[in-house]
Design a protein around this ligand. Sequence first.
Ligand code: SAM
Length: 280
Amino acid sequence: MSAIDTLPPLRDVIATHQLSARKSLGQNFLLDLNLTAKIARLAGDLTGCDVLEIGPGPGGLTRGLLAEGARHVLSLEKDPRCLPALSEIAEAYPGRLTVLEGDALEVDPRAHLTPPIRVAANLPYNVGTELLVRWLTPPTWPPFWQSLTLMFQREVAERIVAKPGSKTYGRLALLSQWRADAEIVMHLPPGAFTPPPKVSSAVVHLTALPEPRFPADAATLNRIVAAGFNQRRKMLRAALKGVAPGIEDHLNAAGIPPTERAEQVSLEAFCALARSVKTI
Ligand code: SAM
């Protein structure tokens, strides 16, 4: 029996189902159920929520989410080898776990979910960043999710929460902080995973704001931020030349010195610039 439920320890689950970790699927498993339960608690109060979990693997975080009282967990896993192990968890928690086999970049799981919805995942880092960007840029706001609790490579986690003036400040920070509160809530050393990855990891918790922090048209803001950080060493009057005619006037109208570089400009100022550009 394990620390949090009546199911076998994850090492036994992995041995029974021969789930040797595959590098191609970014499989670095969390085997400490006290740790996965702690990550589940960092996702917030799960009792009245459906939880979308991407990449359950042998089910460490899945079990944490269920033990912490999630109303229902929908787990989407690409590796079919994991499904028998996940079925055993579904049997131990009748009616509370649904497992879908598929690629999270291709499957839209929303039809299987009832609000309020929280998302939790320990994913390969490239997939995690791609999904984060998609979750942050839906056609309408608020999004389908209330919060995202995601494991990232530490360097990516730092880019998400970065503030102006720091080396890691860029598109990911602005995208994340425009419509969500973003916070690093846990650091994990490589040794927390089996097999250990080369780098440290961190869990980021994002809570969707009911409305964007500052008004701006999403497409205009995105265009400005992309151009500004594409040439981050350049002054904005040069980097944003192609974005709109008379960009210096718009920069002045937004209170941004045209000689400033993108990494010094706050989210609020970028939004003011997007509003000025949009009105032409
Ligand atoms: N959640 C488990 C844990 O914490 O131990 C497994 C984490 S492991 C880092 C990533 C998991 O995501 C693996 O089970 C892998 O098979 C799965 N995965 C990788 N790419 C995926 C994708 N595109 N869609 C869904 N699952 C994916």
